[in-house]
Design a protein around this ligand. Structure first.
Ligand code: HSE
Length: 326
């Protein structure tokens, strides 16, 4: 990484007050919805994560350098990290330029918050360069512009856990009301079948009306899950991991979904479901041995279907975007 600073810039109020080096971060994958909490619950995981390096550049504006194989756009307006940074720049009066290098490990369209990792990582790193000028809530607001670009709507259930870490409840996005929830130790098994589901498409197929009886069941589950997390009640967490609104529609896009769920529960998982808008599936377990048993079951279902896939056994990431240097 090559930090570029002119004497003029370093003498400017922003340059003098700002961080003059480059910032390296890891931006984690996130699991939105947490089964029953469509658009309102999400948590960050320790694996996988994207790597990013940001520095000031001489000219105002944003330069994006992709260092991975995904061939994502480099024009800031078309790139989710760029869209988030542009929203941030709108609230900075001084002329500022950022150069952002991105090495993605979270495959776009995988359902584990790839776009959120780019958008949230970029603004958290830029904010460190700016000596933490903005609050976490501001950063969520900026990063949601990346989600709007990726999926057509602003939602914060990947962005918020990516920035805050842990499990987050997004009670409202207009105005933003984000609540961090405590949770007992949980192991997370993720399987990513190698197909792509665009969030915009997975949202497009959802019904716009729900039956009152289904809504009642769903909000009972959301309340049960939140209570289970706060009380470290694994049984309550397990029985609240049920989605009667979204999963019945979206699961048809995911090969082997029902069997993976069934076999994972037989292997001892507390429960789980579609990760975000899919196609990844996640399962929560109380201990690592069970989480690895669940992984074996996932492998065997997809091997039977001859479907290429990747798995992760990981834990909840409590810190969100991590500064690697400085
Ligand atoms: N809540 C969003 C959805 C998350 O399910 O469409 C997308 O990752």
């Amino acid at each position: 990484m090559r930090p570029i600073f002119t004497n003029n810039f370093l003498n400017s109020p922003l340059g003098a007050g700002g961080n003059k080096g480059s910032i390296t971060i890891h931006s984690p994958a996130t699991i939105a919805n947490m089964v029953c909490g469509f658009d309102v619950l999400g948590f960050a995981v320790n694996e996988p994560y994207d790597e990013m390096v940001i520095s000031f550049k001489e000219e105002p504006g944003i330069t994006i350098i992709n260092e991975d194989e995904y061939d994502l756009p480099t024009q800031p307006e078309l790139n989710v990290a760029g869209a988030a940074l542009l929203a941030m720049l709108e609230e900075i009066t001084e002329p500022v330029g950022f150069e952002l290098q991105i090495r993605k490990h979270i495959k776009p369209g995988s359902g584990v918050g790839s776009s959120a990792a780019s958008a949230a990582g970029a603004v958290v790193a830029a904010n460190r360069l700016l000596n933490e000028r903005f609050s976490k809530e501001d950063l969520v607001r900026f990063a949601m512009n990346g989600e709007k670009l990726a999926s057509g709507v602003k939602h914060a259930d990947n962005i918020a856990p990516c920035i805050y870490g842990g499990v987050t409840l997004i009670r409202s996005i207009f105005p933003l009301d984000i609540i961090s929830l405590t949770a007992p130790p949980l192991f997370v098994t993720i399987v990513h079948p190698q197909i792509e589901v665009r969030t915009a498409d997975a949202r497009g197929i959802l019904k716009q009306q729900v039956l009152l009886k289904d809504a009642i069941r769903q909000w009972g589950n959301i309340a049960g899950l939140v209570a289970g997390l706060l009380q470290s009640n694994y049984e309550l967490i397990g029985r609240s991991l049920e989605d009667v609104l979204i999963e019945p529609v979206r699961s048809i896009l995911i090969p082997g979904f029902d069997e993976i769920k069934q076999q994972s529960k037989l292997a001892g998982a507390l429960g789980g479901g579609i990760s975000g808008s899919g196609p990844s599936i996640f399962m929560l377990s109380k201990d690592e041995t069970t989480a690895k048993q669940v992984e074996k079951q996932m492998h065997s279902v997809y091997e039977k279907l001859s479907l290429e896939h990747h798995t992760y056994v990981t834990t909840i990431n409590q810190t969100g975007v991590k500064f690697v240097s400085p």
